[in-house]
Structures are given as structure tokens and as C-alpha cells.
Design a protein around this ligand. Structure first.
Ligand SMILES: O=C[C@H](O)[C@H](O)[C@H](O)COP(=O)(O)O
Length: 261
């Protein structure tokens, strides 16, 4: 992971940017700024001195780690992290930890692919969901950070790639069939882009992307999918997030709280 904005283009492409891609580039810049706003606001309002902080993965979380590093003089956060965030944490001179040393985290901060009105999340667009759910599930407070493109009233409104589901490789065909038969929609094995074959997760499993059709109760569906033999975890985070911070197009930050149970 890197703190460089992922939208910068090679200089050889800059003329094309002017002619063809200016609005795309401006939109990408706006989205990056929104991620940063959300991340900074979430850190400033949720992390206190000497807390055990869980960090997820993705492009938005980079800004949260940046902010934690900036506040090192005032805060001494202990970071419990996912393996792929290790380099990011070390680059920023922050303290590494894990769930063996900190089995209960004070706060976890993570990005999401989509957030609905109830703070139900879809995660795993980048292939990481099981370890992120373990981190979030073992935190006293789970805070989501996202840009305005992830803010939906219902799941599927903005995120069209479906719900990622991590499966044991030998079970991907039967699991796909069961999900499609019981819940409808379409289930696809996620294929890698820069290598041949399927995407392989940090836990050496495969990812199915379930393009759902009509779901009324995400909690029930999540539990039912988890019970299918071969399913390791779903990218559905139901009743886990306490607050979501959205960086908005106008430079403001919108905070959404979980509904009271
Ligand atoms: O698999 C990836 C994780 O669930 C990410 O947290 C999620 O995809 C959001 O990533 P980003 O912040 O890059 O949009």
C-alpha cells in the first residue's frame, strides 16, 4: 500500500488526460479528497491516546493511517492490523500489534464498498473480508470511512459487483449453486487480472461474487449463507458498524449512526 494518490497518471499519458479524460481525472481527485476527509474526521473523533486500534485494508484506510501518523505526538495508538496493512503501518512509524496481544480492540476503522441506511456494509471488493470482519468483530467500536460514492439507501444502489463471499476452493461450485438456487441472482467465481486463474485470498481461499436480486433481510441472508458448507465468510457486515463517515463532494463530512436497536 502506498500513500501516493492512486489516480496519478504517467506523464506520457498527460496529453490524453487533457483531451479525453479531464472530467474523469477531476472526479477521481474529488473522490480521493473525499476519502481523506472521511478518514481524518473518523480518526480525529474516535481515536484516543494509548488505544488499541484495528485497521482494515483498501485505498481509503491509507488516509486514516496517514492521520494516525500525524497525530503520533499527541496519540500513541497501538495498531492491530491485517497482514497486508503491515507495510503501511511500518512505513508510518506506528506500533504494530495483533489480536494475540490485543484480543479486544478499542476501535476499528475500515473502508467499505457500500453502506446502506442501516449501516449494513458490503466489503471485500478488494478481496479482503474475513480478516477485516475478525478485526471489526473484536472491537468495542467499529467505524466506517468512505467517499460519497459508497453512500446508499439500500445495498446494490451504487455497488453493482455483488456481495463477495470467501469459500474453500474445493467447494466453490456447490456453494455457487446453492446460493443461486436459494436466493436467486447470479454467482461468479472472481478471476484474477494479473495472473491466470481465480483470485486467491490471504487465507488461500476463493471469492464468489453474488449479484443478488431482491433481498429484504440482510441479517437472515447473511446467516443462511454462512451456514452453507464451504463458506468461510461473507462480505456482508450486518449490525457491526457504529458510525460511518462519508467524505462528500462539497468538502463536508456526513456522519451516519447505526439505528438504535
Ligand atoms: O476488500 C477490500 C476491503 O473490504 C475494502 O475495505 C473495501 O473494498 C473498500 O476499499 P476502498 O477503500 O479501496 O474503496
Amino acid at each position: 500500500a502506498s500513500s501516493s494518490p492512486p489516480f496519478s497518471l504517467p506523464s506520457s499519458l498527460s496529453c490524453c488526460t487533457h483531451v479525453l479524460g479531464f472530467s474523469q481525472s477531476a472526479a477521481a481527485n474529488m473522490a480521493e479528497e473525499a476519502k481523506k476527509l472521511a478518514a481524518y474526521s473518523a480518526v480525529d473523533n474516535n481515536v484516543q491516546n494509548n488505544q488499541a486500534v484495528g485497521v482494515g485494508s483498501g485505498s481509503t484506510i491509507v488516509y486514516a493511517v496517514d492521520r494516525l501518523a500525524q497525530l503520533l505526538g499527541e496519540l500513541k495508538p497501538m495498531l492491530s492490523l491485517l497482514p497486508q496493512a503491515r507495510q503501511l503501518i511500518l512505513q508510518h512509524g506506528l506500533a504494530l500489534s495483533d489480536l494475540e496481544r490485543h484480543p479486544e480492540l478499542d476501535v476499528a476503522i475500515d473502508g467499505a464498498d457500500e453502506v446502506d441506511a442501516q449501516l449494513t456494509l458490503i466489503k471485500g471488493g478488494g478481496g479482503c473480508l474475513t480478516q477485516e470482519k475478525i478485526i471489526a468483530g473484536n472491537s468495542k467500536c467499529f467505524v466506517v470511512i468512505a467517499d460519497y460514492r459508497k453512500d446508499s439507501s439500500v445495498l446494490g444502489e451504487q455497488w453493482k459487483k455483488g456481495v463477495p463471499i470467501e469459500v474453500i476452493p474445493m467447494a466453490y461450485v456447490p456453494v455457487s449453486r446453492v446460493i443461486a438456487k436459494r436466493f436467486g441472482g447470479e454467482v461468479n467465481l472472481r478471476m484474477a487480472v494479473s495472473k491466470a486463474g481465480p483470485v486467491v485470498t490471504d487465507n488461500s481461499n476463493f471469492i464468489l461474487d453474488w449479484k443478488f436480486e431482491d433481498v429484504q433481510n440482510w441479517s437472515e441472508v447473511n446467516t443462511a449463507i454462512k451456514m452453507i458448507p464451504g463458506v468461510v465468510e461473507t462480505g456482508l457486515f450486518v449490525n457491526m458498524a457504529e458510525r460511518a463517515y462519508f467524505g462528500m463532494e462539497d468538502g463536508s463530512v456526513k456522519v451516519r449512526k447505526a439505528p438504535a436497536n
